[in-house]
Design a binder for this molecule. Structure first.
Ligand SMILES: [Zn+2]
Length: 129
């Protein structure tokens, strides 16, 4: 199973922050490492084994998302969904049932219905702007 990590944050000047999403993909054998960043800046970083390098040369066209998909075999969108599915399981009791509740404006928490553990957190900046 490949490793997928999704990071979300903000970048740009502090008075005008811009949200970004960064998806990191590491193949099962560790031969492919790919990070796609989309926000204020758009970039993609690909690290592959020596044997893979020549193949990657063919991929240098299309959008970052298309390159990501060709290299990793999964689109950034699907990678994000895989990550969300994994995180939507309670780390304490393994329950898949969570309920979203609101915190401060723009904040949402996914709370495990079985044990009350925080399963996930989301922040919607547009709610406060
Ligand atoms: Zn739980």
């Amino acid at each position: 199973m490949a490793t997928i990590n999704v990071r979300q944050g903000s970048e740009g000047p502090s008075h005008d922050p811009y949200g970004y999403t960064e998806i990191e993909f590491i193949s099962t054998d560790g031969e492919i490492e790919c990070i796609i960043h989309s926000g204020l800046a758009e970039w993609i970083k690909i690290k592959v084994s020596q044997e893979m390098t020549y193949k990657i040369e063919d991929y240098k066209f299309g959008t970052n998302a298309q390159i990501f998909e060709q290299v990793c075999g999964i689109s950034p969108h699907d990678a994000e969904k895989v990550d969300q599915r994994r995180r939507s399981r309670c780390r304490k009791c393994g329950s898949k049932q969570g309920e979203w509740t609101n915190g401060y404006p723009g904040e949402s928490f996914l709370i495990c219905v079985r044990c009350g553990n925080h399963m996930d957190y989301s922040f919607n900046e547009s709610a406060i702007i």
